[in-house]
Every structure is written in C-alpha cells, then in structure tokens.
Ligand binder design. Structure first.
Ligand SMILES: NC(=O)c1ccc[n+]([C@@H]2O[C@H](COP(=O)([O-])OP(=O)(O)OC[C@H]3O[C@@H](n4cnc5c(N)ncnc54)[C@H](O)[C@@H]3O)[C@@H](O)[C@H]2O)c1
Length: 344
C-alpha cells in the first residue's frame, strides 16, 4: 500500500460488523485505501476478510488499540484520512464475568486512538477536517418499559459493564470534539444480525445448537425485546454518517424490528424446519422448536431496547432495505452453509 496516500483507518475490522463494513466499503469505493487494525481476539478472524484481501487498497495490522506506540506509529507512517472505530469487547455476558478488559479496550483503547489522531492531525493542521467516527450501541441508554424509544438525547443509563464502557467511550469521544474541535461523530445502533457474527451471540447460538440437535438456551422468560437490524443496512448507515454526518452529533440507527428473544428462536426454528428437514428426520424431534430451553436469566438483563432513528432518516435519507424476514432467511442460510463446510 502507498503510505503517502490518504487512508481510512478501520479498527476491529476482523469482527462481525467491521468485516461486513470493510467488504461493503471496498466494493463501493474500490479506489480507496483502507487499513484495518485488529488484535484478533477470540472474536476476530482474518477468515472474515477473504473478499477484502483481494483488494490492492486493503492492508491489515495485527495489533492492539491500547498499544500507544503502535497507534502513534500508524498515524506517523500512514496519511490517515479518517477513522471508523469498531474495535471493542462486545459481549455483555463476558463483561459480567470480568469487566476489566472492557474498560481497557473500550475506554482506554478509544482514548489512545483519539490522542494519536489528535496529535497527528494537529501537526498536519487538519484536526477540524478529518473525521473520527465512533461506533456505539443503543445499550448505553439503558432499558425501556413496554413503550417508548431511545432517541439521541435520552440520558445514558448503562446497566452492565459492557454498556458502561461504551458510554464512557462515547463521553470521551464527545469531549475530544468539544475540547479540541475534532471532527467527531457517534452512531448508536441496535442489535445487528447477519453473516460472520461470533457464535456466542444469540442468533448464531440458536442456529448452531439447532443444527447440532443441542438445547437452544433462552434466558429467563424469553420476553426480552431487541430491535434487530441487518448488518448490511447498518453498513449503509455508517457510510452516510461517516461522509455526511454533522460534527459532534450522535445518530441512532434502528431496525424497526422489535422482537422478543423467544420469537426470534421460534422464527429461526421454522426456517430450519424447512431448510434442513433431514436433520430432524434422524432424531426424535418433529420441529427444532422442541430444542428450546429456558435458562436462568442474565444478571441485570435489560428488558427492552427500541431505537428512534428519525434523525438519521430525515437528515441523511437512510432507511433499511432488507426486511427482517428476508434478512433472517439469508442469515440462517449463511450459517447452514458454513456448518456444512465443516461437517461435510
Ligand atoms: N453486534 C451488535 O449488535 C452491535 C450493535 C451496536 C453496536 N455494536 C458495536 O459495534 C462494534 C463492533 O461490534 P461487533 O459485534 O462487530 O464486535 P465483535 O466482537 O464481533 O468484533 C470486535 C473486533 O474488535 C477486535 N478487538 C477487540 N479488542 C481489540 C483491541 N484491544 N485492539 C484491536 N482490536 C480489538 C476483535 O478482535 C474483533 O475483531 C463494537 O464497538 C460494538 O460495541 C455492536
């Protein structure tokens, strides 16, 4: 890669959303240069980036965003034209077991990146121009009752260490915008689904356990509600926000698809009943739904998330294009295909 040319720095691009974004971005902007830094934790894999590696404009560094020396060197060696910051510890259950790594990566890592960007861009006199886009989550707003939605001015009320660390990072990002005049923008998205998500998350767990004829664990009474967005629709929103979002603004991104966890599990089982009848036929079950098992609830489990994304729709003209029905079918088909590659 030509290090003198303007290059977009993406962090955490070997994970679920980051890898989908890089694939989307390089297809849409084939002449752009993109550098991906990822620590390749348990959640990241270069196998997610097969398509990206075919592009001449793509480069990868296996590194940690908390490593100040490395991050400063990246900003010195490359002409970083903007940052889209996905890298994070992202699993709520893990944050409940051990919060420290969440603070290190999500809070310290974000600070290291912001400081390096500030130092480099100040020297080049481009501090107010170059964009720092921080990827955040609707979980920073806490939990909703039966009605209402989170909007951009909803006060932060994080209720688990993951969302607390993301809220902390949001505040730091905003502070770098206010204090130093940096061109920061934050997007807070609802639950994503789609290809390449780690198997620890709800939808991949349901599919993997069903295919293995193992119990499908659903926390508590299964009535927890999330607002689901297909990952490609998220990528389209990020593209708009990165390029056209206003400085210091937050944009919420929702899916308009509120579903209880038990509904999601049931819908996936219905798709698998159609797609893989031969698996059921070799067992004693008549439907994959029979594998659903309610388990002890997660501690502090937020009851409902729903996102008001009117601002994004009205100011930047975004709307999701993939219906939940079709997105879920595509997602299940992708995981079945991956599973068949392993077992056949
Ligand atoms: N998945 C969702 O539904 C969702 C919804 C809203 C917001 N988000 C946010 O989007 C971002 C991406 O989420 P995801 O689901 O793709 O997460 P993920 O866990 O799939 O991927 C995270 C990536 O970050 C990398 N990483 C972790 N620590 C690192 C470090 N110290 N240095 C460099 N790389 C590191 C991992 O190796 C991995 O590739 C996160 O910031 C998350 O908070 C996710």
């Amino acid at each position: 890669m030509n290090k003198q040319k303007p290059t977009l720095l993406v962090t955490g691009g070997a994970g679920f959303i980051g890898s989908n974004f890089i694939t989307y971005f390089l297809e849409k902007y084939p002449d752009e240069l993109l550098l991906n830094i990822d620590k390749l934790t348990y959640a990241g894999s270069t196998a997610n980036l097969d398509e990206a590696e075919k592009h001449q404009g793509y480069d990868f560094i296996n590194g940690d965003i908390t490593d100040e020396t490395l991050i400063n060197r990246i900003f010195t060696d490359f002409d970083i034209s903007g940052v889209i910051h996905f890298a994070a510890e992202s699993h709520v259950d893990r944050s409940i077991q051990d919060a420290k790594q969440f603070v290190e990566t999500n809070v310290i890592g974000t600070t290291v990146l912001m400081q390096a960007a500030r130092n480099a861009w100040e020297k080049q006199d481009v501090l107010t121009e170059r964009r720092f886009h921080h990827i955040s989550t609707d979980e920073v707003y806490g939990s909703l009752g039966a009605t209402g939605k989170f909007h951009e001015l909803t006060p932060y009320d994080p209720r688990n260490p993951y969302s607390a660390s993301k809220a902390g990072a949001n505040l730091l990002v905003k502070s770098f915008g206010s204090t130093f005049g940096m061109n920061v923008v934050i997007s807070s998205c609802s639950n994503n689904y789609g290809p390449r998500q780690h198997k620890e998350k709800l939808i991949p767990t349901i599919i993997a356990n069903a295919l293995a004829l193992q119990p499908i664990p659903i926390y508590g009474d299964g009535q927890h509600i999330r607002d689901w967005l297909y990952v490609e629709d998220h990528c389209r929103a990020l593209d708009l926000i990165y390029h056209h979002g206003n400085r210091l603004e937050t944009y919420n991104i929702g899916g308009g698809n509120e579903r209880t966890n038990i509904t999601i599990a049931t819908e996936i089982c219905d798709i698998l009943d159609q797609l893989k009848p031969e698996i059921k036929a070799h067992s004693s079950i008549h439907s994959f739904k029979e594998l659903i098992l309610f388990t002890t609830d997660r501690q502090g489990h937020d009851r409902r998330y729903a996102v008001d994304d009117t601002k994004l729709r009205q100011s930047l003209g975004w709307q999701p294009v993939v219906s939940f029905k079709s997105g879920l079918k595509q997602t299940v088909a992708w995981y079945v295909n991956q599973w068949e590659k392993v077992i056949l």
